[in-house]
Design a protein around this ligand. Sequence first.
Ligand SMILES: Nc1ncnc2c1ncn2[C@@H]1O[C@H](COP(=O)(O)OP(=O)(O)OP(=O)(O)O)[C@@H](O)[C@H]1O
Ligand SMILES: [Mg+2]
Length: 452
Amino acid sequence: MSELIREVKTAVIRRRGFHTHIRGLGLDENGRALFVGDGLVGQVKAREAAGVVVKMIKEGKMAGRGVLFVGPTGSGKTALAIAIAKELGEDTPFVDIDASELYSAEVKKTEVLAQALRKAIGVRIREMRTVYEGYVKDIKIRRVKHPYNPYVFIPREASITLATTDDQVTLNVGQSVVEQLIEKNVRRGDVIWIDSETGMVNIIGRTEVEGARKYDIDVYKKIEIPKGPVKKQKEIVRTFTLYDLDLNFALRKASIFSIFGFEIEREIDPELRKQVDEMVKKLVEEGRAELIPGVLFIDDVHMLDIEMFSFLSRAMESEMAPIIIMATNRGITKIRGTDQDSPHGMPLDLLDRVLIIPTYPYNRDEIREILKIRASEEDIQLDEKALEELVDIGEKTSLRHAVQLMEPARIIAKTKGREKVSVEDVREAAQLFMDVKHSVEHVKKYEELFLR
Ligand SMILES: Nc1ncnc2c1ncn2[C@@H]1O[C@H](COP(=O)(O)OP(=O)(O)OP(=O)(O)O)[C@@H](O)[C@H]1O
Ligand SMILES: [Mg+2]
C-alpha cells in the first residue's frame, strides 16, 4: 500500500458553528432520553429512536438502509444527525453533505454523490510487514553538495542504529528514508519502526535513555525500551476509505501514463472503482481486511433531483453501501426534475427503504433550555428577561432565529458597555435582523410593487 493514501482520522463535522454544544444523544444505559443530556434537550422520542439506530449500525443491521428525519425547521434534525455521529465515535466514517452542494458547475452531480458515498465506507487493512523496530541509539545524516548549487547541502544518506534490550542493528538508509527522518525530526531516544520494503518511518514513542530529548509537552508518549530482535514481523493496521483507495489507484495509473507530473482527474472512472471494489473484496475474503460501513448524512434531501435519487437507490443496493441518514422539512412537494408530487419530494421506492423519525416543534420550556445551553456555549450572559424575550421569539418565529439573535444582542450590549445582555438588547437585535418568514414576506411585498 503506497504512502499516497491518507488515513481516516475522525468524523469530519461541518456546520459545527450552530451545533458545537452537542456531544451525543443523552441517553441512559436503557436507551431512555434524559430531558437534558449531552447538550440535547427534549425531542425525547426522536432521540430514543436515534439511539436504536446507533445500536443497529453498531451491530451491522443497518447496512444499505436509511433513516429520514422529518420535521419543521429548527426542530433539531441536523442536531440529531450530528449527535448520531458523535455516538458512533471516531472509528465510523461519517460524511456530511447538504443536497444543495451537489449542484457544482465543475463536477457532475452524481459524481459528487458517488465520492461522498465512497468516503463513507472505511476499509481496515491488516498487513504483516517485516520491520526494523527499536529505539534510536545513534543517528548520523550525511549531506552532500547540491548537484547544481554548490552552496547548498542536501541530505543524501544516513546510518541509524536501532536497539532493543536484547539486540542492536545499524542500518544504512537512502534518500527517501532520510527525508522522512528529517521531516519527522527523529532523534536519539525515539522508538521507531522502519518498514523493510517501503522504507516508511513511524515514531511510536520516546524512551528516557541517555542523550534523549526531553520536552515539557510532548505528543509522543514515554514507553519502555522494546525487547526482542530489531528485525521482526509486525502486524500493521491501517484504515482507509474507499475514496482514498480510488484516488490512490487513479494516481498510480496517471503516473504510468505521464512522465511530467499529472493532474488528478476530477471524475473517477467507474471501471476503476470496480477494480478497487474487487481488490477490497478479495482482501476481505482472505481475512486481511474488514469493511467498516459508515454513515452518509444528506441534509435537505428534497434538494436532490430524480437522477440523483435513482443513483442513490442503486448505490444503497450495492454490497458496499454506507448507511444513509437524510433530513427534510418539506411535506408533499415535487420531486426535482419531474412534475410528480411525492412525500418529502422523494421517490416512493426510496421512502420504502428508510426508517422515518419525526421531530416536533419545541415547547417554551425546551426552547428556554436550548437557548441556555447555546448561551453558555457561546459565552453569552443573558439576564432573565432577555432570556424570556428570546424564548418568545423562538416560539413565534423559529428556534434557529432565536439562537442566531444571541450574538448580535451580545454585541449591542457590549457597545453600551455591558457584559450582560438585557431585554432591550434582544429587542434591538430583533428589529435589525429578520427571520426567514418575514424576509420572504418583505421581498414579496416589494416584488408586487415592482410588477405593477
Ligand atoms: N433538542 C435539542 N437540544 C439542543 N439543541 C438543539 C436541539 N434541537 C435543535 N437544537 C439546536 O437548535 C438549532 C436549530 O436546530 P437544527 O438546525 O438542528 O434544526 P433543523 O430541524 O435541522 O432545521 P432545518 O429544517 O431548518 O434544517 C441548532 O443550533 C441546534 O443545534
Ligand atoms: Mg437542518
